[in-house]
Design a protein around this ligand. Sequence first.
Ligand SMILES: C[S@@+](CC[C@H](N)C(=O)[O-])C[C@H]1O[C@@H](n2cnc3c(N)ncnc32)[C@H](O)[C@@H]1O
Length: 278
Amino acid sequence: MSTTIPKPTARPVTPVGILAKKLEAIVQKINQRTDLPAELVDNITQAWQLAAGLDPYLEEYTTHESAALTALAEKTSNEAWQERFSEGATVRPLEQEMLSGHVEGQTLKMFVHMTKAKRVLEIGMFTGYSALAMAEALPKDGVLVACEVDPFAAKVGQAVFDKSADGQKIRVELGPALETLDKLVAAGESFDLVFIDADKKEYITYFQKLLDTNLLAPSGFICVDNTLLQGEVYLPTQQRTPNGEAIAQFNRAVALDPRVEQVILPLRDGLTIIRRIA
Ligand SMILES: C[S@@+](CC[C@H](N)C(=O)[O-])C[C@H]1O[C@@H](n2cnc3c(N)ncnc32)[C@H](O)[C@@H]1O
């Protein structure tokens, strides 16, 4: 049984969010000094404002999320994820920062509308924010299959889906994503749009499986989250974590694959859009 705890604040997990935080710390320091040239202080302050103002502006002028998505985001941020892992309720460490959120959710929703997708596959559902956002854009007879390995996270999502008309379009597949993908291949399932957002070290394998089989429909699209990995993919390589290295390798593999064309959008932590061309 989960308990409500004092709301933990989300840490910045995107290149712009991290940049804004670092600039804020610099601005606080230089404001304590009286010996610095005014032009330097002005420039650094403006750099901080440029970085810190972007996300709130995007939030303000992007169509509001539904009440169900707001409830899901709140439920996720109020959960004591660290405690849940320590007590063995979750099979892996999870955190509120994993949730994609308002602007990315609305972007994915737009892609479902734009591609007129009827069948969507999500690899990495967590508590279901992006799944529900995409389901809201699907037609009544649309289907979204969501892969998730953690039963606790899946249960949080399912409880919200059960109360929402759009949630009825979502079928949760609990288990390791690679096993689920094999099951879907064996069942002859195929998808117009796939959202990859699970284990960063498995991204290349998900991508290859989607293209090597009929899982991705001819002329289907793949959206991939965290393809900037907090800037690690373009920062000096010695600053890379294993996940940063995995994403750097993934980005290279996609760029070299003649079966696809792609673009990396600097949205949140990087969102790659891939189109199958062969
Ligand atoms: C970043 S979160 C997904 C966030 C979600 N798409 C959203 O927007 O709210 C990644 C999720 O993938 C799940 N995951 C990680 N490795 C997995 C695997 N091998 N198979 C299935 N799910 C996995 C984690 O348990 C976690 O819930």
